[in-house]
Design a protein around this ligand. Structure first.
Ligand code: PLP
Length: 383
């Protein structure tokens, strides 16, 4: 009999989500910015130290808000990695901005901070570091560059909830930060996200942009006697049912992170011999940061054929996947962005990376099966 499938992802639910949704239903509170949204905002502000947290429909929406807040104009350049999800670039391209792609570091696969300064031109407006796999970018260096050149920093911390850099929460270090609560992330609400506003000067405008360009939030707090159109904005706020779901998750965020880290650590131990054998390398964690076990990936050695390994996972009914097609080599990236310098590390590593299943409830025997499959597949896929 074939062994049961091991899915790539399995969304974890705490058990309280429906209870809180029922509470919103019972109280007739369905539109956004109700009591659950407010609880989520306070939790995010307390846990990250940002000046203002605002729930959004998605991390994508939070990044779009960031581009509006920065007043990105056609032709303005934003420096970012090519090795990222499309939303990092799209948010700025929607305003006419130009993503300028720099290479990543070979250890963390994060944007290489040593390449940023050379990519700055008179049109540069901002830097968008992406904390890949919940592992922090070198934020001290990035913030110092931004200060020297008067640039804004927008952290794409979609994968960085509950992770930190030198004791500071990811997403709360740059001028703005964006979180994702998508089903595939650590803390979830199906679709969902948050904008963290760290520069207090942008906090009031952020509220306005999120509420269709009006000062409705101030009106609800009794600070103005009517609300009016102030500037271009949109509807970026989720309804209360999503916030109720998210609240059940945030309450358990410490436990979720702990259990993911335990699962991550087991992989890391089990895979050490494969690294010694020269089949792959495991993720690298620089000093001074705490990751959140968002992802376990391996970088196959150059002589190992990735497609053969992926085929073998598929034959064994194991959900292992690869990503990303680098943005500079995608049709959208070629049309709307440009590369600065060689993107050799991006190209070579994106072609050798495999993500392993990692979710709450994945047990040791399942992980052993994943590792055994990877070992035999990688051995036989060597050229
Ligand atoms: C998941 C992800 C996003 C998009 O998040 P959504 O909430 O689905 O919009 C953006 N950037 C990165 C790096 C991501 O991993």
């Amino acid at each position: 009999m074939p062994e049961p499938r091991i899915p790539f992802n399995w969304p974890y639910m705490t058990g309280k989500e429906l209870y809180y949704i029922a509470e919103s239903h019972f109280n007739g509170r369905l539109a956004g910015d109700g009591p659950f949204t407010s609880r989520c905002h306070k939790w995010l502000e307390a846990r990250t130290g940002c000046s203002k947290a605002l729930l959004t429909h998605s991390c994508t929406a939070a990044l779009e808000m960031a581009a509006l807040l920065m007043d990105v104009q056609p032709g303005d350049e934003i420096i970012m990695p090519s090795y990222t999800f499309v939303s990092t670039a799209n948010a700025f391209v929607l305003r006419g901005g130009v993503p300028v792609f720099v290479d990543i570091r070979a250890d963390t696969l994060n944007m290489d901070e040593r390449l940023i300064e050379a990519a700055i031109t008179p049109r540069t407006r901002g830097i968008a570091p992406v904390h890949y796999a919940g592992v922090a970018c070198e934020m001290d260096t990035i913030m110092a560059i931004a200060d020297r050149h008067g640039l804004k920093v927008v952290e794409d911390a979609a994968q960085g909830v509950m992770a930190s850099y030198k004791g500071r929460a990811l997403g709360a270090i740059g001028h703005l930060g964006a979180y994702s609560f998508h089903e595939t992330k650590n803390v979830i609400s199906g679709e969902g996200g948050a904008l963290l506003v760290n520069d207090p000067e942008m906090a009031q405008r952020a509220e306005i942009i999120r509420e269709k360009g009006t000062d409705r939030s101030r009106f609800f707090r009794g600070q103005v006697d009517k609300y009016t159109w102030q500037e271009p904005g949109s509807s970026f706020l989720p309804g209360e049912l999503i916030a109720a779901f998210l609240w059940a998750q945030l309450e358990e965020a410490d436990r979720i992170t702990e259990q993911r880290l335990a699962c991550w650590d087991r992989y890391h131990q089990m895979l050490a011999p494969l690294e010694t054998e020269g089949l792959l390398r495991r993720p690298v964690m620089p000093e001074g940061l705490q990751h959140n076990a968002h992802m376990y990936y391996v970088i196959l050695s150059p002589q190992v054929d990735r497609q053969q390994v992926l085929d073998e996972f598929k034959r064994n009914d194991i959900g292992a996947v690869f990503h990303y097609v680098p943005l500079h080599s995608s049709p959208g990236g070629q049309r709307y962005g440009r590369a600065h310098g060689s993107l050799g590390v991006t190209d070579s590593h994106s072609e050798r990376l495999i993500r392993l299943p990692l979710w709450l409830g994945l047990d040791t025997s399942q992980q052993e099966r994943v590792v055994a499959t990877l070992r035999s597949a990688a051995r036989s896929a060597q050229s």
